[in-house]
Design a binder for this molecule. Structure first.
Ligand code: ATP
Ligand code: MG
Length: 763
């Protein structure tokens, strides 16, 4: 296909308008298996959404008869929203539109009894999972230092991703953890027993249990097969074996399944995803119609060509042609900087400049390879008052204080939740230390009751010391009272009451450490977040399933997220930070050394670049602090794999390319002027050959601040009411202090939150 296909005529129904012929084909082929295999930004998700609208509006099925799987909750939300625009109220409901996890959780609650769970089972997060696994490892008499729970968790995840119950674990793998009777498969079996006893499931269980139910209760499966007239799956290249089996079972005899995917964007093999599922599709669903989309509607031709050039370095791919009718746009900018803080400063400057030129912050994203990269960016943006959001990962809900608060709330909803109980029983300190807990555990075992239930009974006996008994009794009575209160009190209010009455808030108020205030803020933030949910149960379900929590916030913000989390999304302006060997590709991929993991990193780079609609900016630092250690870094090999015609290479290090080159040859020290070490080493030499010397052609960008001025400046000693000066906002008055963050009222710019090291105190 050489030119853009003609758009559909305007008299078509709204969901068919503006689709190209193969997209329309994908929408109108409702019966039988369909596989849409196409590159980034070719309108796969758009076609899938239109197909959903078409089926609903043409009354081929009720919304509740459609199973539509998206990769993230955010994607599900977006699809729901687009559906509403297209078909209005008809889209209401769509109860089975969501992620594999959220749909499987919903199903499992209905059939929990078939796998020995109650319908109100708890979904464990990784932290709880590890705690439990640790107990299993220790109980089995293994040395936890030699056989870490985390490693066992990795094995179990892998087995679950393949849909294997303990009896199905291959013997060779079973022996790769533990010893003899305490081998991996045995521990896995014991872990499953413990989960059942706790009325809990981990993430992997959601699908695994459904697979068990489908095999052992064929009538349940038959019921779903009858119900789901149409099945649709986005980002199909990242399904794992368990998900694939779940889908094929549900597709049953009807075979009305449409999957869309791109083998070049398969980036979750570490979570068990198998690109091979794409290749299997035509075998498992004979007669499948394969549709290819070749026009990219998202990116400029420079961006698309750069991405195509990069991914062409991968060998294991199906290969495809992509073209765009869009403009050439700007070349991809590749910028070398001194270190992480300077990278953050540069990205902040660029983002602000784009914003001044009229771009929306919502249309800008910084994509990072690893979580640790976000902190320097955050610090900088707090410093200059640039609004940002962090998406992906469980950052907020992973914080200790948030998890403590959630444990209290979980106990109110699920009175048998032993893990939650253990987490908070002595937080704040109630004199219920190891000794009391040992007695409590023993009682729970002998009474064969969950821990919280045993606690209710034990306070009536002399098994504990009088003091411990008293304080446990208070906790038990508090919990009862809060449960009663839950019947009548709105849940955010309930949470506030619980946090106060339990003494939890007082504990942090009494804490004099630097981060105590931040923790209290997080608790406030937590109760605020609850307001968006109709019930406490609904909120807790959200917490266990959802990765980002800021959808309701209306202010424009720059997004920071990992490359993995960015899949399927698009932004006008994309910043790709930290393109250095060891960061991206990750050290882990390098250590493993194989072509396979490197190709996956390269696909990740492809995903990153193809998120950009108008501009893509790649940065790499010469020095990087990884977990507190400074290391000299060399540019990522992916930088040198970008086709030269589509990139513009610059460096902010003063002296420009010629000085830089000279330094690489050992003649001068380009860093002498900033008073730091040279940072030269074997890495630099490789940089000369691979990237720096050959390609540093454009003039240096003028960065206003020198690389180190801010970082080296000491902390200001600030008091409330102090007059301070900020280089951008001018003079202001300090109206709040929280650790090293200041709330400052600037007459010219309003109230901002700024790090203390960014202001000067005026006498
Ligand atoms: P990815 O591989 O990144 O998931 P995708 O193939 O799912 O990408 P979409 O997100 O559906 O692509 O579409 C990319 C962009 O192109 C969106 O902004 C979408 O609105 C637009 N688009 C898709 N199809 C068309 C079309 N036929 N005409 C105009 N714009 C289109
Ligand atoms: Mg998509």
């Amino acid at each position: 296909m050489a030119s853009a296909p003609a758009p559909a005529p305007a008299d078509l129904p709204p969901w068919l308008q503006g689709l190209n012929p193969p997209q329309r084909d994908a929408v109108l082929t409702t019966e039988g298996p369909v596989l849409i295999l196409a590159g980034a930004g070719t309108g796969k998700t758009k076609a899938l959404t239109s197909r959903l609208a078409h089926i609903v509006f043409s009354r081929l099925a009720w919304p509740s008869e459609i199973l539509a799987v998206t990769f993230t909750n955010r994607a599900a939300r977006e699809m729901r929203h687009r559906m509403e625009v297209l078909v209005g109220d008809l889209a209401e409901g769509l109860p089975f539109l969501g992620t594999f996890h959220s749909i499987a959780a919903r199903m499992l609650r209905r059939h929990a009894g078939l796998v020995g769970l109650d319908s109100n089972f708890t979904i464990l997060d990784t932290d709880d999972q590890l705690r439990l696994l640790k107990q299993v490892v220790i109980e089995a008499g293994l040395d936890e230092r030699r056989w870490p729970a985390k490693q066992l968790a990795g094995h179990i995840d892998r087995w679950k991703n393949r849909g294997e119950i303990p009896a199905e674990v291959p013997p060779g793998e079973a022996m790769s953890f533990g010893e003899g009777q305490a081998n991996g498969a045995k521990l896995y079996a014991r872990y499953q027993e413990r989960l059942r006893a706790l009325n809990a499931a981990d993430f992997g269980d959601l699908l695994l249990h459904m697979l068990t139910i489908f095999t052992e209760a064929p009538d349940v499966l038959a019921d779903y097969q009858r119900r789901f007239k149409y099945i649709m799956v986005d980002e199909y290249q990242d399904t794992n074996v368990a998900q694939y089996r779940w889908l094929t079972l549900l597709a049953g005899a009807r075979h009305n399944i449409a999957c869309v995917g791109d083998d070049d964007q398969s980036i979750y093999s570490w979570r068990g995803a198998e690109v091979a599922n794409i290749l299997r599709f035509e075998r498992d669903f004979p007669g499948a119609k394969v549709i290819r989309l070749e026009q990219n509607y998202r990116s400029t031709s420079h961006i698309l060509a750069a991405a195509n050039g990069l991914i062409a370095h991968n060998k294991g791919r199906l290969g495809k042609q992509l073209f765009t009718a869009g403009s050439a746009g700007e070349k991809i900018a590749v910028i070398g900087v001194w270190d992480g803080p300077e990278e953050a400063r540069l990205i902040g400057d660029h983002a602000e400049r784009r914003a001044r030129e009229g771009a929306s912050l919502n249309q800008m994203a910084i994509l990072v390879r690893a979580q640790f990269q976000t902190r320097e960016l955050e610090d900088r943006f707090i410093g200059i008052g640039l609004p940002y959001r962090i998406v992906g990962g469980f950052r907020f809900y992973e914080r200790a204080e948030v998890r403590d608060a959630l444990a209290y709330l979980r106990l109110i909803v699920s009175p048998n939740d032993a893990l939650a109980f253990e987490r908070i029983v002595n937080v704040p300190k109630r004199g219920l230390g190891d000794k009391a807990m040992a007695a409590l555990h023993a009682a729970a075992r002998s009474m064969d009751r969950p821990l919280p239930r045993a606690a209710e009974a034990i306070v009536e006996t002399p098994a504990l010391s009088p003091a411990a008994r008293r304080s446990l009794k208070t906790l038990v009575m508090d919990l009862d009272r809060w449960r009663a209160l839950a019947e009548t009190t709105p849940h955010p209010e309930l949470a506030r009451i619980v946090l106060e009455e339990s003494g939890y808030v007082a504990m942090w108020q009494a804490d004099k450490s630097a981060e105590a205030q931040g923790r209290l803020d997080n608790l406030i933030e937590l109760t605020r977040a609850m307001e968006d949910y109709p019930s406490l149960t609904g909120f807790l379900e959200h917490v266990s399933l959802v990765m980002d929590n800021d959808a309701s916030d209306a202010t424009e913000k720059l997004t920071i997220m990992t490359l993995h989390a960015a899949k399927g999304l698009e932004f006008d302006h994309v910043f790709l930070a930290g393109w250095e060997e060891g960061v991206f590709p990750s050290q882990r991929a390098l250590d493993e050394g194989g072509a396979k993991s490197l190709e996956e990193e390269r696909r990740l780079a492809y995903v990153g670049i193809t998120r950009a609609r108008r501009t893509a900016t790649i940065t790499h630092a010469a020095n990087r602090r990884v977990y507190g250690q400074w290391t000299a870094a060399i540019p990522s090999r992916f930088v040198s794999e970008l086709p030269l015609d589509h990139v513009e290479v610059t460096s902010t290090l003063s002296g420009g390319p010629s000085l830089w080159r000279a330094a690489l040859q050992g003649e001068v020290d380009p860093f002498a002027h900033v008073g730091r070490g040279t940072g030269r080493g074997p890495g630099w030499e490789r940089a000369a050959g691979g990237f720096g010397a050959a390609r540093n052609t454009a003039p240096a960008i003028d960065v206003k601040a020198s690389a180190v001025s801010v970082g080296l400046r000491g902390r200001a000693d600030v008091k409330l009411g102090a007059r301070v000066f900020h280089s951008k906002f001018g003079e202001g008055t300090v109206i709040g202090i929280e650790g090293n963050k200041l709330e400052i009222d600037f007459p010219a710019a309003g109230t901002k939150r700024i790090l203390d090291s960014f202001v000067e105190v005026r006498p």
